[in-house]
Write a protein that binds this ligand. Structure first.
Ligand code: OSB
Ligand code: MG
Length: 356
């Protein structure tokens, strides 16, 4: 699926998404999940090909074995596979969709979600020119989005943030470095404290907590961890080390709803706010993100935004839309609350495999 606009981070530019969807049929009901990995092993090691392999050769055969009673039981059964959280999440989440439909409730309700609407922010990638970024921030702010996240990397950071702040002195602003710095950049990173940022996301190593704890001691801007958090245990360790004051929860990165809810619970207990990140999802993954964001600890605006920011034509009906106040209402109809558009999905499909 081609993106409406390229999306660039410190690890590269994405123009077209290759998305693996999981469709599960059980007892006359159909559930959907999305593998949220990137096309290349840059954000994490997973790719559509590794996910296909892990799903086909391990997770799907295990899911077809009985008995299992709940989606969370299946998550436990997946535990012997080390890593590959995005492959696991796609299948587990499809089963939450089915379970919710079977009970006649929404996925949000099944999960224990309490929020009726979720506050939305946007993530704006690295642009060719600072003027393009300022233009985009103006547009998204006017559309009602409650906070702006900009991507930074060495060479696109302090000067860019200075321009953004001088044009938009009072917007809620944050920066995401996707691991583009090391502690050797400490003097430069300390300059981030001048911009009144809500937080800086994952400035250091993608698998690091120790250096982030070191950095947080010298930084008044809160650090938010993304890449480093894969489980509730990771969240507990990061919080106890002082490696972050905020956590970005992504369903794919933590391996599905069961784990995402545990991460949420650990953070909530510790008084650490969480928000839901994004992975340039199609409508299927986006709908799951909305359900997750209804949990009570999701108090900060996340990266879940309108379908039209990504796609000419999304693969769900209705498309995800954001109100002028910058919120998405949480659907309470059975399942995801958005209907997969089968002809659209069929049209975009290049490979299919079926298991019985
Ligand atoms: O680090 O949050 C990130 C997109 C792809 C990979 C990693 C990240 C992102 C985003 C975009 O920031 C979030 C979105 O708009 O879906
Ligand atoms: Mg991030």
């Amino acid at each position: 699926m081609p993106l409406v606009h390229f999306f660039e981070t410190s690890f590269g530019r994405t123009t077209t998404r290759r998305i693996v969807l999981v469709r599960a049929d059980a007892e006359g009901l159909t559930g959907w999940g999305e593998v949220t990995c990137g096309e290349n092993p840059f954000y994490s090691y997973e790719t559509p090909e590794t996910a296909w392999h892990i799903l086909r050769d391990f997770l799907i055969p295990w899911a077809l074995e009985r008995p299992w009673l709940t989606p969370s039981d299946l998550a436990s059964r997946f535990r012997p596979v080390r890593g590959h959280p995005m492959a696991k999440a796609a299948l587990e989440n499809a089963l939450w969709d089915i379970e919710a439909q079977a009970k006649g409730i929404s996925v949000a309700t099944l999960l224990g979600g309490t929020l009726d609407e979720i506050p939305c922010g946007v993530s704006i990638g690295i642009q060719e020119r600072v003027e393009d970024l300022l233009e985009k921030i103006a547009r998204e702010t006017e559309a009602g989005y409650q906070r702006i996240k900009v991507k930074i990397k060495p060479g696109w950071d302090i000067e860019v943030l200075e321009r953004v702040r001088s044009r938009f002195p009072s917007i809620k602003l944050m920066a995401d470095a996707n691991s583009a710095y090391t502690l050797a950049d400490l003097p430069r990173l300390k300059l981030l404290d001048h911009f009144g940022l809500m937080m800086v996301e994952q400035p250091l190593g993608w698998d690091d907590m120790v250096d982030h704890a070191c950095l947080q001691k010298d930084l008044s801007t809160p650090i938010c961890l993304d890449e480093s958090i894969h489980s509730a245990e990771d969240a507990r360790k990061a919080i106890s080390l002082g490696a972050c004051r905020i956590v970005n929860v992504k369903l794919g990165r933590v391996g599905g709803y069961t784990s995402a809810r545990e991460v949420h619970n650990v953070c909530r207990q510790a008084g650490v706010p969480v928000w839901c990140g994004g992975m340039l999802e199609s409508g299927i993954g986006r709908a799951h993100n909305i359900a997750l964001s209804s949990l009570p600890g999701f108090t900060l605006p996340g990266d879940v935004s309108a379908s039209r920011r990504y796609w000419e034509e999304d693969i769900i009906q209705p498309e995800v839309a954001v109100t002028p106040c910058g919120v998405i209402p949480v659907p309470r109809s059975p399942g995801l609350g958005y209907t997969p558009d089968l002809p659209r999905i069929e049209k975009a499909t290049v490979r299919k495999e079926r298991f019985q």
